[in-house]
Every structure is written in C-alpha cells, then in structure tokens.
Design a protein around this ligand. Sequence first.
Ligand code: FES
Ligand SMILES: [Fe+2]
Length: 343
Amino acid sequence: MYMRNAWYVAAWSREVTDSVVGVKLLDQKIALYRTATGALKALENRCAHRHVPLTLGRVVGDNIQCGYHGLQFNGEGACVHVPAQDRIPERARVRAYPAAERYGWVWLWMGRPEAADPALIPDFHRLSDPAFASTGATNEVAANYELITDNLMDLSHVGFVHGSTIGNAAMGENGKIRVERTDDGVRVTRWVIDCPPPPTYVRSGIFKADDRIDRWQIIDFTPPCFVNIYVGGAPTGTGAPEGRRVGGLGLWIMNAMTPESAARTRYFWAVGRDFAVDNPNVTKLVHADIAAAFAQDKDVLEEQQASIETLTNPPSVDIVADAGGIQARRMLKGLIEREAAPG
Ligand code: FES
Ligand SMILES: [Fe+2]
C-alpha cells in the first residue's frame, strides 16, 4: 500500500549523468536521464513499441532512443521519431513522471501529475547547506519501508543493536520518550540524562569515555517515508534539556525510505553536522560509523521481514517505545485511505 500523491527520492543527482539510469519506485520501473541542457527527465522504463526497457537505449539529444528498433521518446514521454517512417502513431507514448532535483537528490512525483507541487518536497536542506558537512549513501534493504520507519521512530534499539557504534546500554534502559503530532507529521523526543557518551561520540574527539553527558534524540516523521533525526549530547548538568546545547555535539541523520516494492526498500540516508565542518577526517569517521550502524539495522530488518513472511498477519505485541512508530503508521494509513476514497 502506497501513498501516490507524494514526492519520493529516486536517486542521488550525482548518479544520473549521461546514460539512462533504471530505478524502481512503488512497483514501477522508471528510466531517468538528462536532456542536452541537463534537465532531469523520468519515463516509464518500457518502450511503447514492444516493451523493451528504455534503460537498454541511449540518450540522443533531449530524447531516449530505444535500444531495439530506435524509436525516440522525449522527456514528456511522447514518441518523436520512428526510423524510416514519417507518421508517428498516436498511441506511441510512455508515462512521464514529474521530476525535481533538490538537496542533491532526485525526486519523483508518483501521483496525479497536475498535483505535483515542488513546494511539497520535504525539507532536507542540511544535505546541501554549506553550513553543515554532510555525507551519505544508499542501502538496498530487503524489507518493507515501514519497518525502517518503525526502526527510526523507536531508537530504544540503539542500545541493543548498535552497542559498537552509536549506542550503549544506557540508551536502551533509561530513555523517556514524548510523542506528539506536529503540523505535518509525528515527533518523538527522547532524553537520557547523565549517561556515558557512546563510542562514536568518543571517537569524534568531543568527549572522553569517562565523561557524563545528557543525550537527546529528536525524531521527526513526515509521511510517507521521511525521518529527520537530530541527535546529540552535551556535558551533563549544563542545561541541554532546557535548550542550552553547548560544549557537545549534534548530528542530523536524514532518511528517505523509498519503497521499490512491498518487501524491498531503497533507503537513502545522510548525516550532517555543524561542528568540524571543514575536517574531512571527521566526515569519514562519522560516515563510517553511521554506515556501520545502518548495516546492523539492515541485518535485523531483513531477518524481521523474512520472519513476518513466514506467517500471514502474525500477531505482535506493542510496548511503550512503539508509540512514535504507531502514530506514524496511523497517519500514513489515513492518508492512503483518503487517496483511495472516491471523489
Ligand atoms: S521495442 Fe522499442 S523500438 Fe521496438
Ligand atoms: Fe538503528
């Protein structure tokens, strides 16, 4: 089940250069390419003639030329050339998807084209704002995208899954959470007061292993599949919970989980920071630690998906820590139902 009238991340801008790139979103195969002026276009990845994927073709000027019999389609999906034939059959067209580029990501609108408004692209400005140092990658995860949302909305797992990177036991056993609806989503706030810093914070050089810190996790879900996480720590007792966050560090973890299908997700993630912005070694360290943490999540999520698939609708049990994920699911479900409602 998907929300269609929404923007989804399809690729990093840097991945689409001068050849045709295939992606899959919401069970639909799509070909991305750039016109001669660099404008990004997205077409259904299936030639209108005999259904050969357009990713087997090549870019010719502003068009894609199919690799089989050479029909050419423009960025709006209309056939504009048939070899050795003047008349272009009227039905020779493929679906075109509204596309936009923002923050270094390629965004596709998967719903009614006339409803595609770039103002609806969620805010990930720290990805491209020079005041922040950002780095990221893509994970292919063999799990449903909402399992990843659950994972990010309930960071109590950090203490158990990520003990070697961003977590420690204090995070699992001590956190107090608050869940609230925001204008356009769900926010989970979690504080752990007077705890040791996790390994990543120590490696960053900001804290020593025997320091005591106040740690925060502020997690914002925006439907259908976006989670912005602001995590950090400051020396305990210096007023971080009241808003005075100095002498510590903060990281913004940006997550866009694009469903390829019900059981596969192309998970775009990035981490930004506002300290040591010019230090590439810190970028490397932060990237490596977050990548390691997300590899740990991927292992758990894929096992979870496989386990869920062994039974139809297996019963599960909710605990207090699930509150944010449950709210996020409820909100998305409501939006999907509203789209499906007649009129
Ligand atoms: S299948 Fe594409 S031109 Fe024939
Ligand atoms: Fe995790």
